[in-house]
Design a protein around this ligand. Structure first.
Ligand code: HEC
Ligand code: HEC
Length: 163
């Protein structure tokens, strides 16, 4: 008898938890920085894209394998099976004329590590990884610190020996 009572309490708790989990995303008290108060199942109107930064200043990478951000506009650049506008400037052969940074060797490598004569299919769609920048305020706080800043901070606070 005791066991059955315990079982029904556990059962009631489980139903309660499922109901609580269910009610969060659809309720209008739910707020997301990117979407506002809209529930997860609702569609929101995406904000209009502004003017991408076009200052031609290459930016620091935050870590070794970060794909560098694009310091110029890319509106309307054709990248499809017929033509890759990015490679029109960024291929090894075009660098001298375009003065663009040629894509690195990794862009010519297959996933087996074989180096090809042409850009590898896995790196063909540049904007999967590289993005131009907007002059927008970040909607989510980011406390990421690159390794150089971290070392500097440690040195200046005298914490270098600790931890
Ligand atoms: C008309 C030539 C041209 C085209 C087309 C072009 N770029 Fe560039 N790109 C440059 C030049 C020149 C730079 C060097 C910085 C500058 O002058 O803007 C550069 C810089 C970059 C950088 C920064 C590299 C670094 O090390 O910081 C990235 C990433 C990049 N471009 C990606 C792209 C992508 C992706 C496309 C296609 C959507 C593209 N570019 C199309 C000329 C071009
Ligand atoms: C799968 C992700 C990915 C794709 C797709 C990709 N890149 Fe990259 N790219 C990177 C990463 C990661 C780096 C930095 C490390 C490296 O060189 O591999 C990089 C580096 C670069 C650099 C700087 C090279 C240097 O030596 O400083 C340029 C320019 C660049 N990419 C342009 C392009 C262009 C143009 C395309 C499309 C043809 C492209 N990338 C496609 C990930 C990608």
């Amino acid at each position: 008898m005791k066991f059955i009572r315990l079982l029904s309490v556990v059962w009631a708790l489980m139903i309660g938890a499922a109901w609580a989990a269910d009610s969060v995303p659809t309720g209008h008290s739910f707020h997301d920085n990117a979407r506002g108060p809209a529930g997860i199942m609702e569609m929101t109107k995406p904000p209009v894209l502004g003017n991408a930064i076009n200052d031609d200043v290459r930016r620091t990478r935050n870590y070794t394998w970060q794909p560098p951000t694009i310091p110029h506009r890319v509106d309307g650049y054709q990248v499809d099976k017929n033509f890759n506008k990015c490679m029109d400037c960024h291929s090894r052969a075009k660098a001298e004329v375009s003065q663009a940074v040629p894509v690195s060797i990794t862009h010519y490598m297959t996933r087996e590590g074989q180096t090809l004569g042409q850009v590898s299919t896995r790196r063909y769609f540049c904007m999967q990884c590289h993005v131009s920048q907007e002059n927008a305020r970040p909607i989510v706080e980011n406390k990421f610190m690159d390794v150089d800043s971290l070392i500097l901070k440690r040195a200046s606070t005298g914490n270098a020996a600790k931890r």
